[in-house]
Design a protein around this ligand. Structure first.
Ligand SMILES: O=C(O)/C=C/c1cccc(O)c1O
Ligand SMILES: [Fe+2]
Length: 316
């Protein structure tokens, strides 16, 4: 049963910022390497661990995990805004399997997925996004409170065991989207204004004006950050390197010692997006036994507000 993995940072600023040419080219080179890998693998099914940035999930009901039985892109930052081709029956069986492992997951029969979930698929597969078979699995990476990392690892474990037991005839690609160290200007409940709280609570389907204002603010903050003038936590290449070391090592239980507080303090509030990587690597390990990392890339890129990492791996 062939299984493979792609984990990568995403950033809506890829289309809106101008890092030095050498940096932009290096990122595009990393995408080309990863694209070659996933194209060669040619998955029958993608299980996509993705976060959300208050486009699909809000504080009126914020699950730690959610398996999509059907899904539609929100189109934020010009990301994919159509329906994903979700194999509903397999997604239902997956959710049942996860629950049977004594883990709790929400389900959605109409999950809304934002740039954080779909950008890697778009970059890798271009126009084919709508035709590919994709099960989206939301992993909360932005909204406190956070699950313990061990729980995220176990979610991935359950997903990988399901693939091994029930999808042995399929080529499955696990994707984890997000991270690494970064802290884009997304409001936090604890410090939010009344207006921001209203958005965090029920901001689904914003007006075009509200969406444009949010995007313009992110672009402006990224510009200021690159100039050393933004009031957001800096990237942390040492933290990112240590994180990628664990991914490479296969000793994923080492993530269990990560605490939500330390992650935010050391690597920024959105470093919680790395939970998608933990789930994806754990799924790969459970499905494959052992794995080899076949490619990796890293650059701290302030213009993208991202400790920007890419890794591919496959069963050893
Ligand atoms: O949701 C937003 O407004 C900003 C998102 C963002 C910015 C930079 C890096 C990321 O990973 C993001 O998701
Ligand atoms: Fe993000």
């Amino acid at each position: 049963m062939p299984v493979a993995l792609l984990t990568m940072s995403h950033s809506p600023l890829l289309e809106h910022a101008n890092p030095p040419e050498e940096v932009a080219e290096a990122v595009q080179g990393a995408f080309a390497e990863a694209r070659e890998f996933v194209t060669q693998f040619d998955p029958d099914l993608i299980i996509n661990f993705g976060p959300d940035h208050y486009n699909g999930f809000f504080y009126d009901l914020m699950p730690p995990f959610c398996v999509g039985f059907a899904a539609v892109g929100t189109g934020d930052y010009n990301s994919f805004d159509g329906e994903l081709n979700v194999p509903t029956e397999i997604a239902q069986d997956l959710a049942q399997y996860i629950i049977d492992q004594d883990l709790d997951t929400a389900i959605s029969r109409r999950m809304e997925v934002d740039h954080g979930a779909v950008q890697p698929i778009e970059i890798m597969f271009g126009e084919r996004v709508a035709e590919l078979s994709v099960i989206p699995v939301f992993v909360n990476g932005l909204a406190k409170p956070f699950m313990r990392m061990a729980r995220v690892r176990k979610l991935g474990d359950a997903v990988g065991a399901f693939v091994k037991e029930h999808l042995a005839d399929k080529k499955v690609l696990f994707i984890g989207s997000g991270g690494l160290s970064h802290e884009p200007p997304v409001p936090q409940w604890a410090t939010a204004t009344e207006e921001q709280r209203k958005f965090l609570l029920e901001g689904r389907h914003p007006t075009p004006e509200a969406r444009a204002a949010r995007e313009a603010n992110t672009i402006a903050v990224a510009k200021a950050f690159a100039a050393g003038e933004a009031d957001i936590r800096d990237l942390n290449p040492e933290w990112d390197a240590a994180f990628m070391d664990i991914c490479r090592s296969g000793e994923l239980e080492r993530f269990d010692a990560f605490t939500a507080e330390d992650m935010a303090e050391e690597a920024g509030r959105s470093s919680h997006e790395t939970r998608t990587w933990v789930a994806a690597f754990s799924a790969l390990r459970a499905a494959a036994g052992t794995y080899d990392v076949t490619y990796e890339f890293y650059r701290p890129i302030r213009e993208y507000i991202a400790g920007f990492g890419v890794m591919t791996a496959k069963e050893a």
